[in-house]
Design a binder for this molecule. Structure first.
Ligand code: 3PG
Length: 400
């Protein structure tokens, strides 16, 4: 946006597509990382006298207003962080939005209500998305894309709106792309990737791609059990994607051929049931060998030996990319695996990139200093799809 700032933005209505999709506990924001990440762009535009219209999605409402997904808490937090009054429109393109934007003075910031309260935002139908983008375009003179976490979505505000207005990339997108480009072009070796999260089916594309790029792939989270099952082990009541077993077997074979090391846990924490996430009552997990999970028990975190193993596999690396928690880290009994990986990244001399809404939130929620990591990406799906080498609609739109 430096080009835009040089041109001058005073008095112009600048639409900033941010990703304010923050984790909420009721109306309390449990991690405001994504709001802080867009501050440089919003503050700079406001300082330069722009009338800044910030828009974002939050969660996955069903194309209609739903108070549980209101952006009001995020707007309030943005105001606190900016140290100025931020106006809030209670709709996205309706009377409130129009009046709020019309009432902006130079240098003032407004936040629109959740873009996904409108079916046109996420529609697969080009015309429906286009019609919604037309309405958004009426609210602004210029578009700044800075919602890195959503650039992999072909949504109206991400993809169709920039085509309707002069468009620029914000500071966050520029930084994120700069870092991820390093991982895809001149990555320093050994290059280790730690992949966690619940479902292996969400990570197939990136594993496929990483088998050509990475030296070591460490697996954690619910995905572990599909890998263990692919090696012929019983996984009890653990999360298992049976239909993915053949794909995982093929990956294990390909990894062997290419000399890529897959690292799986050697022990896991198990319990008979999923912990109560509301009360966070003690779950009393047992530690068992990963190849001896008893029937009826589910694995919920990697075990103590695995923590040591993973730390040792990260100690001598030059680059690490980490996406996805190792266990149900929001519960204190299952946070140690994720904590150990975060600590190993901090202790390692490697350039470390934490990718993903969940893992980024995890390191902050667990109390780590975010400056101790090379880069914490605000994008989960977006950073994975970037690493897969896919064309991301929101980046393509800014280049066009
Ligand atoms: C994310 O949380 O990864 C982004 O905000 C995108 O959200 P989505 O997966 O609901 O599109």
């Amino acid at each position: 946006i430096d080009e835009l700032l040089t041109e001058g933005v005073a008095g112009r209505r600048v639409f900033v597509r941010a990703d304010l999709n923050v984790p909420l506990d009721g109306t309390t924001i449990t991690d405001d990382g994504r709001i802080r990440a867009v501050l440089p762009t919003v503050a700079k535009l406001a300082e330069a006298g722009a009338r800044v219209v910030v828009a974002s999605h939050l969660g996955r409402p069903k194309g209609a207003p739903d108070p549980a997904f209101s952006l009001a808490p995020a707007a309030a937090r943005l105001g606190e962080l900016l140290g100025s009054d931020v106006a809030f429109a209670t709709d996205t393109v309706g009377d409130s939005a129009r009046a709020t934007v019309a009432g902006l003075t130079d240098g003032q910031v407004a936040v629109l209500e959740n873009l996904r309260f409108n079916a046109g935002e996420t529609s697969k139908d080009d015309a429906e998305r286009g019609a919604f983008a037309d309405r958004l375009a009426e609210l602004a003179d210029v578009y700044v894309g800075d919602g890195f976490g959503a650039v992999h979505r072909k949504h109206a505000s991400v993809y169709d709106l920039p085509a309707r207005l002069p468009h620029y990339a914000g500071y966050l997108i520029a930084t994120e792309v700069g870092v991820l480009k390093k991982l895809t072009t001149d990555v320093k070796r050994p290059y280790a990737v730690v992949l966690g999260g619940a479902k292996v089916s969400d990570k197939l594309g990136v594993i496929d791609h990483l088998l050509e790029k990475a030296d070591r792939i460490l697996i954690g989270g619910g995905m572990v059990f599909t890998f263990l099952a692919a090696q012929g082990h019983e996984v009890g009541a653990s999360l298992l994607q049976e239909d993915q077993i053949p794909v995982v077997k093929e990956y294990i074979e390909r990894a062997k051929e290419r000399g890529v090391e897959f690292v799986l846990p050697v022990d896991v924490l198990v319990a008979g049931e999923f912990p109560d996430m509301k009360t966070k009552a003690p779950a009393h997990p047992a530690t068992v060998a990963a190849d001896a999970i008893p029937a009826g028990q589910m694995g919920l975190d990697i075990g103590p030996e695995s923590r040591k193993l993973y730390a040792s596999k990260l100690a001598d690396t030059a680059t690490v990319f980490w996406n996805g928690p190792m266990g149900v880290f929001e519960h204190p009994d299952y946070a140690e695996g994720t904590r150990a990986v975060a600590q190993a990244l901090i202790d390692s001399p490697a350039f470390t990139v934490v990718g993903g809404g969940d893992s980024a939130a995890a390191v902050r929620i667990l109390g780590f200093d975010e400056n101790a990591f090379g880069h914490i990406s605000t994008g989960g799906g977006a950073s994975l799809e970037y690493l897969e080498g896919k064309t991301l609609p929101g980046l393509a739109a800014l280049e066009g």
